[in-house]
Design a protein around this ligand. Structure first.
Ligand SMILES: [Zn+2]
Length: 321
C-alpha cells in the first residue's frame, strides 16, 4: 500500500524505520517523519503538504516522493522532515474542520475544542524537534490555490531580507515558480513560523488549482516534483525555465464585518490588476482604492471577520528588467 492510501486510512500510517539507502526514519507525529541520511551533511530540508485538506495534488506529489524513498528509487542525502498537515480535513475532503490550520502558527490557538488546535501543536513540536537536531533548514510548504492564477505556480516568501539571494531565485526558477511574493515573516503560516522560530529559508508554494483526490498530480508542477527529488537527494537542480517575477506586499485587506464586499468577479485569477483609483473592496464606511500597479492575491471575501480577505502586491521595480 502506498503512503497516500495509508494516510487516508488512519493515523497509524508509517514508513519503515530504515530506508534502502541507509537513512533512518523516526515518526514524530501522525503523518510526520524525521529522516536522517546515512551520512550526515547537506542542507536540512522540510517539505510539508496538506496544511489545507482540500489541496490534494501536492499531497499526492509528496506521497509519491515518500514511496520512491521506501522503494529505494530515490536516496535521501540531506536531513529531511516530511510533514502532512491537516490529516482529518484531508480525509474529509475539506479545507479545514474548525479553523484554518495555516492561521495557527503565530500564537493564535483556534477556538476551544477546535480540532485544528492539537494538530497545530503537534506540527509545531515536530518542527522544533527537527530544528533542535539539525539546525536551520529550507522549508517548502506545498499548497494549491483555490482559484486560477495569472502565474500558475507561485511562491510566497516569508523572508526577513529585503530581497532574495540569486541562489534562492535560481532554486525557485528550477522548481517552475513563475512569480514570488515577498511577504515578511509575521504571517501565522507554517512557512513563516519556520523562518521566525528556526531561521533558514522557507516558501509557501502555490501550485496550480485545487482538484479532487485521485485526479492525479498535475503536469503543471512536474518541475516542482523534479526539484523536490533533486533537493532530497542532493542532486543538481533541474534546468530552470524562466526567472520568477518578484512582487512585494503593499497592504493586506482585513475583513472587519459581514458587510464586507469585494469588487471582483468570483472567478478572477490571483494577480488580477486594478486601474489606479479603482474600488477594490468596501466594508461599511471603509474603502480600499487601488494604488498604481496594485494586484490582488488570495482574494477571499468568505473568510471570518478579523481575517485577511486579500493581499495587494506590486511588482518589484528592481526585477522588472
Ligand atoms: Zn493552501
Amino acid at each position: 500500500m502506498g503512503l497516500l492510501s495509508a494516510l487516508l486510512a488512519g493515523d497509524e500510517a508509517d514508513l519503515p524505520p530504515s530506508l534502502p539507502c541507509g537513512a533512518t526514519v523516526e515518526k514524530l507525529a501522525a503523518g510526520v517523519w524525521m529522516i536522517a541520511p546515512a551520512q550526515l551533511g547537506g542542507r536540512p530540508l522540510v517539505i510539508s503538504a496538506g496544511i489545507h485538506g482540500d489541496e490534494t495534488a501536492p499531497v499526492e506529489v509528496l506521497c509519491e516522493l515518500a514511496d520512491a524513498l521506501v522503494r529505494g528509487e530515490l536516496c535521501v542525502r540531506v536531513p529531511l522532515l516530511l510533514a502532512f498537515g491537516n490529516l482529518a480535513a484531508l480525509r474529509a475532503g475539506r479545507r479545514y474542520l474548525d479553523d484554518d490550520l495555516n492561521r495557527l502558527f503565530a500564537g493564535a490557538t483556534g477556538a476551544p475544542g477546535s480540532r485544528e488546535r492539537p494538530r497545530a501543536q503537534a506540527l509545531l513540536a515536530a518542527r522544533a524537534a527537527f530544528a533542535d537536531r539539525f539546525g536551520a533548514a529550507l522549508h517548502l510548504d506545498l499548497h494549491s490555490a483555490i482559484r486560477a492564477s495569472i502565474y500558475e505556480c507561485f511562491a510566497v516568501a516569508p523572508s526577513r531580507g529585503a530581497c532574495l539571494t540569486p541562489e534562492l531565485h535560481a532554486l525557485l526558477a528550477a522548481c517552475g515558480i513563475e512569480a514570488v511574493m515577498l511577504a515578511g515573516d509575521a504571517a501565522p503560516t507554517f512557512s513563516a513560523l519556520s523562518v521566525r522560530a528556526h531561521g533558514g529559508e522557507a516558501f509557501t508554494f502555490e501550485l496550480g488549482r485545487v482538484r479532487k483526490l485521485g485526479e492525479g498530480a498535475a503536469t503543471e508542477f512536474e518541475a516542482t516534483a523534479a526539484c523536490l527529488r533533486a533537493l532530497v537527494s542532493a542532486a543538481p537542480l533541474p534546468p530552470a525555465r524562466a526567472t520568477p517575477i518578484t512582487f512585494r506586499v503593499s497592504r493586506e485587506i482585513i475583513k472587519a464585518s459581514d458587510a464586507f464586499r469585494l469588487n471582483l468577479p468570483p472567478d478572477a485569477p490571483n494577480f488580477t490588476g486594478f486601474a489606479p483609483g479603482a474600488l477594490i473592496a468596501e466594508d461599511g464606511d471603509a474603502r480600499w482604492m487601488a494604488g498604481a500597479g496594485e494586484r490582488i492575491v488570495f482574494p477571499n471575501p468568505g473568510v471570518k471577520p478579523g481575517l485577511r480577505a486579500g493581499v495587494l502586491v506590486v511588482a518589484d521595480s528592481a526585477s522588472d528588467s
